[in-house]
Ligand binder design. Structure first.
Ligand code: F6P
Length: 326
């Protein structure tokens, strides 16, 4: 067991619902194990600008149910340079931090890995992103809430789509990954789902639209992942309008609404588990790893693997999507 006196916690990259629950769990696990928690504002930017504050159990009261991150987050350009990281490390030494918990996505983990390699600071990653694109965990914090937000939005669009016999292209987030699109597409009864993991051109899409006709359906919902490589929602909509004038086509980009809102029960529990696991990992002497959940168990994955590998899209789920959209 490593003797730890002070541990810092920050959130970095795109915010995700449940990050507050993860901060709370990290702070309280520190206190439970006799460690002084230190809150760092605005991610790596706050490290460079020395915006740190010691916390107690009450510092994180009443944040469990809130979306966003009360520590604020940033994508910090300066931390990408060696000089920026050295500046951050000077402040870490002054603040006497023995370890750092980084809640964020793959960009944030790259920063943590470099900080550890260059300066020897033990860093633990906690996966927080709505994209669910981090290797080494079945679920990232925020993903479940985003899924529910998207499904609720698409249900509403379905009401108006069917009232007017329209075809809607709905763009959802996910960066280069199609997890949000595939799962929300199935859950909202989408007629087609376009994701980056699947090679599909606009022509392929048009062919399947031609073949399927609309089979007596009064409306159609096509869920498109933002990283899809067939041309994007506006290109797709133009192509359908040109080739199938019988369709009245609309486009909705759901955008940042997907990142907000109260975290679901699932995300709050996941975040609480992983915040505690991160502190326990530091106590255990781990460094340069991410804590995640696989098959209901907490597991550790080296940060370089978490960043460089990708979770695979479940092919059976793809087939399910095809079958249930008939
Ligand atoms: O990684 C989370 C995410 O919301 C992605 O799904 C999206 O591509 C990106 O962040 C948007 O980033 P920003 O808020 O910086 O525009």
């Amino acid at each position: 067991m490593t003797q730890l006196k002070r541990v810092g916690v920050l959130t970095s990259g795109g915010d995700a619902p449940g990050m507050n629950a993860a901060i709370r769990a990290t702070v309280r696990a520190c206190i439970y194990y006799g460690i002084e928690p230190v809150l760092i504002k605005e991610g790596y930017k706050g490290l460079i600008e020395n915006r740190m504050k010691s916390a107690d159990a009450r510092s994180v009261a009443n944040i469990l149910n809130l979306g966003g991150t009360f520590l604020k987050s940033a994508r910090c350009q300066e931390f990408r340079s060696k000089e920026g990281r050295a500046k951050a490390f000077e402040n870490i030494v002054t603040a006497e931090l023995d370890g750092l918990v980084v809640i964020g996505g793959d960009g944030s983990f790259t920063g943590a890995m470099l900080l550890q390699e260059e300066h020897g600071l033990p860093c633990i990653g906690v996966p927080g992103t709505i994209d669910n694109d981090i290797y080494g965990t079945d679920y990232t914090i925020g993903y479940d809430t985003a899924l529910n937000t998207v499904v609720e939005a698409i249900d509403k669009i379905r009401d108006t789509a069917s009232s007017h016999n329209r075809l809607f292209f709905i763009e959802v987030m996910g960066r280069d990954a199609g997890f949000i699109a595939l799962n929300t597409g199935i859950a909202s009864g989408a007629e087609d789902i376009l994701i980056p993991e699947q090679e599909k051109t606009i022509e392929n899409f048009m062919e399947s639209l031609q073949k399927s006709g609309r089979g007596g359906k009064s409306s159609s919902i096509i869920v498109v992942a933002e990283g899809d490589r067939s041309g994007g929602v506006f290109e797709l909509s133009r192509a359908v309008e040109e080739n199938f004038p019988e369709y009245e086509v609309k486009v909705t980009v759901l955008g940042h609404i997907q990142r907000g809102g109260k975290p679901t029960c699932f995300d709050r529990v996941l975040a609480s588990r992983l915040g505690v696991a991160a502190v326990e990992a530091l106590k255990n002497g781990d460094s340069g790893i991410m804590v995640g959940v696989r098959d209901q168990q907490v597991v550790k994955t080296p940060l370089d693997r978490a960043i460089s590998k990708h979770n695979q899209i479940d092919n059976h789920l793809m087939k399910v999507a095809q079958i249930v959209s008939l």
